[in-house]
Design a protein around this ligand. Structure first.
Ligand SMILES: NC(=O)c1ccc[n+]([C@@H]2O[C@H](COP(=O)([O-])OP(=O)(O)OC[C@H]3O[C@@H](n4cnc5c(N)ncnc54)[C@H](OP(=O)(O)O)[C@@H]3O)[C@@H](O)[C@H]2O)c1
Length: 289
């Protein structure tokens, strides 16, 4: 088994490195944009032909949801062209792809958790690009596994948790939307799940949902972060999306049904508050170094 992890400098890529080097050290190569632009087919072809990989875990993506509304072509390169290039090479060389997608492929008009077979209807450029990436990959390399996740955070990179910790120290008050409901996902838990799939004897292709358990609004998420981090000097007010100026439309509801990944791969999933506590411990331990 020889694994390639792309997007290794990102949140999930860093967590993949931690998990894979703990469970099965030395069998994985970690790359990011500086090593290889995945949207450049000639470069991808050369790199992968020379590499003899059995599995590629694609954590690379364009994830700036707001900026994607204006940087459409940059977003498309990373979320569609790059994924297509991996799919083409998988078809040629036979390696398996585990790709990561998003809850933002849904429009958010549901009021019950989305299953993998529910109708997609992305309402943002980011969501549209991620959906095109999914269809391109399934067309070129139908043996791939795609995991849709949402509201990802980690001690690595920038994310909502780290932004709240910073703003909580800087400001006296903060407005956070309460009419978008989803599930925070600790990237370390997603990385454990991806590793469990890679090291499972069974490879069952298709789309799977993964997030932590439970559901909340961004407002709930912020208040729990403040409570756990003992931030008491900043007041959080709940506002509606209408009152939060944004270039992008986000789904009002994007909770994912995780029955399939639990049934097929026996994955046990912690509640989001439990995982948040672990991440905050990690952030605090890292800041003591
Ligand atoms: N973040 C979320 O809340 C969230 C929610 C749902 C799903 N997801 C999905 O989860 C996956 C992991 O997300 P993440 O938050 O870990 O992402 P991230 O922290 O933004 O990391 C993505 C990495 O991909 C690299 N990259 C971008 N374009 C590339 C290209 N053309 N070639 C090679 N590398 C490229 C980026 O490099 P540069 O920094 O140099 O551009 C970055 O290091 C993605 O598929 C994302 O769509 C994320």
């Amino acid at each position: 088994m020889k694994i390639l992890v792309t997007g290794a400098r990102g949140q999930l890529g860093n967590e993949m490195r931690d998990v894979l080097e703990r469970l099965n050290p030395g069998i994985t190569t970690y790359i990011d944009m500086d090593d290889l632009d995945l949207a450049d087919f000639d470069a991808v072809e050369k790199f992968l032909t020379d590499g003899d990989y059995s599995h590629v875990v694609n954590c690379a993506a364009y994830t700036a949801v707001e900026r994607a509304e204006i940087e459409k072509s940059v977003c498309h390169r990373a979320n569609v062209d790059a994924v297509s290039n991996l799919g083409r090479m998988s078809d040629r060389l036979g390696f398996k792809i585990l790709h990561v997608s998003t809850d933002y492929v849904f429009d958010g008009n549901s009021s019950k958790p989305y299953t993998e077979s529910d109708k997609v209807n992305p309402v943002s450029e980011y969501g549209i690009s991620k959906r095109h990436g999914e269809t391109a990959l399934l067309g070129l390399a139908p043996d791939s596994i795609i995991i849709r996740t949402g509201w990802l955070y980690s001690s690595y990179g920038s994310n909502f948790v780290k932004t709240m910790l910073r703003l909580g120290e800087e400001r006296k008050s903060l407005n956070v939307v309460f009419d978008q409901i989803g599930t925070p996902t600790y990237a370390a838990d997603l990385a454990e799940t991806i590793a469990a799939i890679l090291f499972n004897r069974q490879w069952t292709p298709g789309i799977y949902n993964f997030s932590n358990e439970g559901a909340c609004s961004w407002y709930d998420f912020a208040t729990v972060i403040f409570k756990m981090a003992n931030i008491t000097d900043c007041h959080v007010s709940a506002i509606t999306s209408k009152d939060y100026p944004s270039a992008v439309t986000r789904p009002h509801y994007s909770v994912l049904d995780k029955s399939k990944i639990k049934a097929v791969y026996g994955i046990e999933i912690p509640h989001w508050e439990e995982s948040l506590a672990r991440c905050l411990d990690r952030i605090s331990a890292d800041s003591d170094i």
